[in-house]
Design a protein around this ligand. Structure first.
Ligand SMILES: O=C(O)CCC(=O)C(=O)O
Ligand SMILES: [Fe+2]
Length: 264
């Protein structure tokens, strides 16, 4: 797709993602903070289309409130139940899968566009980006209604891209820590950090994104959550997921956990 057509969906005047010096600036910011927040990334027209599409499709969303540890892995029984490795938090938001999202959706146009992929590759340092092989996982729309939340966790992937479709006025905030695990951090220190975050005893930051905003986030080593929505509006947000090699599918068990179905 040419830039002139993509400009119907991406607000290039505020976010010139094809401009080398602007991209360099954004990359420095991402490398420094592990997070890049771009306001008004989508055009007003695409926000309107996405709000309409997401409202009409909430009936297909899979809500499966469940407890999980912050590592999103089965508990490790070599640790006690109340050890930070095994402490449970609750996630209750729901989502719809890629196969439900329209072929003409602005999300898909952005996701598939070379200009956008080149921008994300440049910022994250990935050579090439590929969609998921399975039919469910590349683009998802998440819904968080009153009283729902996404519990503290580390992501499995090295970066995540989110686009806000509908922001809410009370709660539903994205809260995150600095990089609190990784090769340079001792495991005992990491567990102490996790314990402190879970006990509200750790310094965190909050970003409040408005509709149309993009967040690029390195959540592999930084704990994050979405706080409980405390108003009658529904927080709606798209997650765009890529892999750095072709042919990768989300496992059937993960598909069942997140989507309540598999694509095969
Ligand atoms: O909803 C958000 O803002 C964050 C989503 C998230 O952390 C995830 O899907 O892993
Ligand atoms: Fe996450």
């Amino acid at each position: 797709m040419e830039k002139t057509d993509l400009a119907d969906f991406i607000n290039f005047s505020e976010n010139p993602i094809d401009n080398i010096s602007w991209n360099n600036e954004m990359r420095n910011e991402y490398n420094k903070n592990g997070i890049l927040s771009l306001k008004n990334f989508l055009t007003e027209d695409s926000i309107g289309m996405l709000q309409e599409e997401s409202i009409s499709k909430i009936k297909y969303a899979y809500f499966n409130p469940k407890k999980h540890n912050v590592y999103l892995k089965p508990n490790d029984n070599s640790f006690p139940k109340d050890h930070p490795r095994n402490i449970n938090v609750l996630s209750s938001k729901g989502c719809i899968t890629d196969d439900i999202i329209s072929k003409q959706s602005p999300l898909r146009i952005v996701y598939n566009s070379l200009i956008f992929k080149n921008f994300i590759s440049f910022i994250t340092g990935q050579k090439k980006l590929f969609p998921y092989e399975d039919k469910l996982s590349s683009i998802n729309i998440h819904y968080t209604r009153k009283g729902e939340e996404l519990g503290w966790h580390f992501d499995n992937s090295s970066f995540a891209i989110t686009l806000m479709i509908n922001d809410v006025s009370i709660g539903g905030e994205f809260e995150y820590t600095s990089q609190i695990r990784g090769e340079k951090i001792l495991k005992t220190k990491e567990y102490q950090n996790v314990f402190n975050v879970l006990n509200d005893n750790f310094s965190t930051k909050i970003t409040s994104m408005k509709a149309g905003g993009l967040l690029l986030f390195n959540g592999k080593n930084s704990m994050h959550r979405v706080t409980k929505v405390k108003c009658n509006e529904t927080r709606v947000l798209a997650v765009l997921a890529y892999n750095n090699q072709p042919g990768v599918s989300l496992s059937n068990s993960a598909q069942m956990t997140f989507y309540g179905k598999t694509d095969n």
